[in-house]
Design a protein around this ligand. Structure first.
Ligand SMILES: CC(C)(COP(=O)(O)OP(=O)(O)OC[C@H]1O[C@@H](n2cnc3c(N)ncnc32)[C@H](O)[C@@H]1OP(=O)(O)O)[C@@H](O)C(=O)NCCC(=O)NCCS
Length: 164
């Protein structure tokens, strides 16, 4: 598991959210126009990787979620209590500025999210993601995420994969 190449912090007014091109306009727009409101309303938490004091090189968002126990693969399900749903943390968005793509920042942000989930005082069994398309799903699978049964673009990784 790799450490992040940049410091990771919560977004702040000094961070420039107006210039963030990741190649997916909806994710740029979310950072520019929506994330502050989601944070204020406690609909999501956001964490940004900073290449300098103001510049955002990548970000991800987290919120709570739940996953139907029946949708987890048997080897994972067998180790869990028989509740209908399993507590999860959802990484709703993950994006890296095109200038920093391919340098490991996306993977490092993912590990950072997983560690955050593992060290939270609120229990969660899995970190889940909704891949926006098959290409994004391939990226997550490359990092060890597994598909949920019946919803192939929803993937998960057991939080216990990392030490807190
Ligand atoms: C997807 C994204 C976050 C990846 O960020 P990144 O910093 O370029 O990724 P990394 O450099 O950490 O890539 C790490 C590894 O994933 C691999 N990888 C990257 N994209 C991949 C893909 N689509 N399929 C399979 N593997 C992929 C890389 O080859 C690399 O492999 P390695 O660690 O074995 O060398 C970034 O490209 C992005 O912001 N894309 C637009 C938004 C998006 O698609 N978000 C994701 C999900 S909804």
């Amino acid at each position: 598991m790799i450490g992040a190449p940049f410091p990771i912090a919560m977004p702040d007014a000094v961070h420039d959210r107006s210039q963030f091109p990741c190649g997916t306009p909806a994710l740029d727009r979310y950072l520019r126009e929506q994330v502050s409101q989601d944070i204020r309303r406690r609909a999501a938490a956001c964490f940004v990787a900073l290449s300098d004091a103001r510049r955002i090189a990548g970000y991800y968002s987290l919120s709570t979620a739940s996953v139907p126990l029946a949708n987890l693969p048997d080897p994972v399900r067998r180790k869990l209590p028989r509740y209908a749903t399993v507590p999860a943390i959802r990484m709703g968005r993950l994006a890296v500025d095109v200038q920093f793509k391919g340098d490991g920042l996306g993977g490092a942000l993912m590990v950072n999210a997983l560690r955050r989930a593992a060290s939270s005082e609120i229990a969660a069994v899995v970190l889940g993601v909704n891949a926006k398309d098959e290409r994004a799903a391939t990226f997550y699978r490359h990092h060890g995420f597994l598909r949920l049964r019946d919803t192939p673009l929803t993937l998960f990784l057991p939080v216990a994969t990392v030490a807190p």
